[in-house]
Ligand binder design. Structure first.
Ligand code: NAD
Length: 470
């Protein structure tokens, strides 16, 4: 693999202050710790503060990571330069002003983004992130990933992503609602069930999707299929909340057979204990696997005897920190989480957290990427050289968008499937995608990541050229 993306380690993209609060969203009626200051300058993305950076992330943008893998695949596929150029830019990028009067009585102006990368295979699809570090570059990268991801799991969507540079953990619930509604008002013209369908991502949840749907409905009439990841009470799908974590575990089971790993005799570590991480951990535990280390934005704990994922999920749901979990586990330096001895490491936090300076310390046999772009290209190379089997993000965390697709299909028919049916169909799609990617990797003699990208890119190119778009 080429080393064309140079990494520089300068610290975190998440400041300590932000890390101390984490990207959780207050639930309806619940008050967040409103800081009353610093919620964005007019129409500018959030910048780093002067605070001490936590030594956990590489300075390489998610966009550089995604572009790197596209270039590797495009070269192997011998994609003509003019065709590749179409996929190096987005179909549409919208940046909007999101002015919201907060509890301090002042108008705060956030920046909102929606990037539609490619829609050759169907309506644009992708999450909406509320996080102070959201900027156009990051949203672009995440939109590109969605294009390949929906193609790899072969569901009829294109790729998009959105976000607002707001820290929801510092807002009260009604303020988060105001941000969501204001954002929807500005971008609704490019959305719709046949055009572009948002979903939750970091810092947003089912409640935020409900507000987005309601706001869209004021202009267009009741349209549940306009967003996915909604609450069950509002035509959400059974199984959506756990879907990404469930998909991670479904591909883990297939990958385990490749290295003769018995799930019941597996130890694992989870980095990021939010939606994806906590569900992946609970479902791994159902298979008999043992969680020996876990971190959130505020700290990390480890125990050779195992940490109960179900109890920890209840502890965290009550708004408490992972490191305050009273289980006999020892508190460790978050930077040492990657060095814990385990069979499987599951990154489920933010991008770029496995980088050139910590990849060599990892002592896992397999990494299943729950997060988007958690691994820099250089770290990927180090891990491959060290014999670590990597199940890449574009495959491993696709479970969420697959069940979003089910939710959308149910909404369009005003019909509902049972949770068992959803989980069964999710398993079929994830297993098929794993088989196709692993088969291609074997045939080409490459790791799974380039094989996955090649498969996805080929499908998108075929759809775009059959339509006459390219
Ligand atoms: P979330 O906001 O629910 O959880 C994020 C978790 O990461 C929290 O526990 C947070 O404390 C932790 N975290 C943040 N910074 C950290 C740090 N420096 N060290 C350790 N932990 C840290 O978000 P989520 O929805 O679970 O998403 C997690 C990742 O999975 C993101 O990369 C997201 O893009 C990706 N993803 C999510 C979905 C989905 O359906 N939610 C689907 C596909 C991919």
């Amino acid at each position: 693999m080429s080393d064309e993306v140079t990494e520089k380690r300068v610290g975190a993209e998440v400041t300590e202050e932000e890390a101390a609060d984490g990207p959780t969203v207050p639930q309806q009626g619940e008050a967040g710790p409103h800081s009353g200051e610093g919620h964005g300058e007019p129409d500018k993305s959030a910048k780093r503060t002067e605070e001490e950076p936590a030594p956990t992330r590489a300075e390489i943008s998610n966009y550089e990571i995604v572009e790197h893998w596209f270039n590797v695949a495009a070269e192997r596929l011998e994609l003509p330069d003019d065709v590749a150029a179409v996929f190096r830019s987005s179909y549409r990028e919208v940046q909007v002003q999101v002015p919201v009067r907060l509890g301090d009585g002042k108008l705060h102006v956030f920046s909102g983004y929606r990037v539609q990368h490619n829609g050759a295979r169907g309506p644009y699809k992708g999450g909406i992130r509320f996080h102070p570090e959201v900027d156009l570059d990051e949203v672009r990268a995440l939109a590109v990933l969605m294009t390949w991801k929906t193609a790899i799991v072969n569901i009829p969507y294109g790729g998009a992503k959105g976000g607002v540079n707001v820290d929801p953990s510092k807002l009260e619930s009604r303020e988060v609602q105001a941000v969501a509604r204001s954002f929807m008002d500005k971008i609704e013209k490019v959305l719709g069930p046949q055009r572009d369908i948002p979903a939750p991502d970091v810092g947003t949840n089912a409640q935020v999707m409900a507000w987005l749907m309601d706001e869209y409905g004021k202009l267009h009439g009741h349209t549940p299929a306009c967003v996915t990841g909604k609450p069950i009470a509002l035509e959400g799908s059974f199984g959506r909340e756990a879907a990404t974590g469930r998909g991670v575990v479904q591909v883990f089971r297939d990958a385990a057979t490749e290295i003769d790993l018995d799930p019941a005799d597996t130890t694992f570590v989870v980095q990021g204990f939010g939606n994806v991480g906590s569900w992946a951990a609970r479902l791994m535990q159902e298979l008999g696997a043992k969680m020996v280390g876990v971190a959130d934005a505020k700290g990390a704990i480890a125990s050779k005897h195992g940490i109960d994922a179900g109890k920890l999920a209840r502890h965290v749901r009550d708004g408490r920190r992972v490191m305050d979990f009273d289980s006999g586990a020892e508190e460790i330096d978050p930077a040492d989480l990657v060095a814990l001895e385990c069979d499987v490491f599951i990154p489920a936090a933010l991008g770029g957290m496995i980088h050139s300076e910590n990849a060599g310390r990892m002592r896992c046999r397999m990494m299943v990427e729950g997060a988007n772009s958690p691994t820099t290209p250089r770290a990927d190379e180090i891990l491959n050289d060290n014999g670590v089997l990597i199940v890449p993000d574009v495959l491993a965390n696709a479970g969420g968008v697959v069940v979003s697709y089910f939710e959308w299909a149910q909404n369009l028919q005003h019909f509902r499937w049972s949770e068992d049916e959803v989980n069964e169909k999710l398993g079929q799609i994830m297993r098929r995608a794993f088989r196709e990617v692993a088969g291609r990797a074997r045939e080409d003699g490459t790791p799974m990541r380039p094989a996955a990208y090649e498969l996805g890119i080929q499908r998108v190119v075929e759809a775009a050229s059959t339509r006459g778009y390219i």
